[in-house]
Design a protein around this ligand. Structure first.
Ligand code: MN
Length: 128
């Protein structure tokens, strides 16, 4: 079973994502960017589902730090964000995320599709 690290500061959203994912994936949870950066190398997930709006260190900063660490540089990272204006998908993909899921999650299938696509297309050395 693939393991997914969920980084999300909102406990209700964390629970929702856990309930959606757990039949299909093993889930490890982190409630802040710093906790994620500390814990992800040891948790050794196959993919990171990363909230953008996090206290202290936002998801984009977490992404860059994961990419800068050789131990986590090749991890697919999917943005999970309430920033769901027109053009936001392209914006986050251009920043180096490997997928994008808008909150609130209305279609469970969209979440699974983004995860499966990112697992199949992990970042390359050119992605920064
Ligand atoms: Mn948040």
């Amino acid at each position: 079973m693939k393991r997914i690290a969920v980084v999300e500061d909102n406990p209700d959203n964390r629970l929702l994502v856990q309930l959606l994912l757990e039949p299909a994936y093993e889930v490890v949870e982190f409630e802040s960017g710093s906790a994620a950066l500390d814990g992800i190398p040891g948790a050794n997930p196959d993919l990171v589902l990363l909230d953008i709006s996090l206290p202290e260190m936002d998801g984009t900063e977490v992404l860059h730090r994961l990419r800068d660490d050789p131990a986590t540089a090749r991890l697919p990272v999917v943005a999970l964000t309430a920033h769901a204006m027109a053009g936001d998908r392209e914006k986050y993909l251009a920043l180096g995320f490997n997928g994008y899921v808008a909150k609130p999650i209305v279609e469970e299938a969209d979440l699974f599709a983004a995860i499966e696509q990112a697992l199949a297309n992990p970042p390359t050395p050119q992605d920064k």
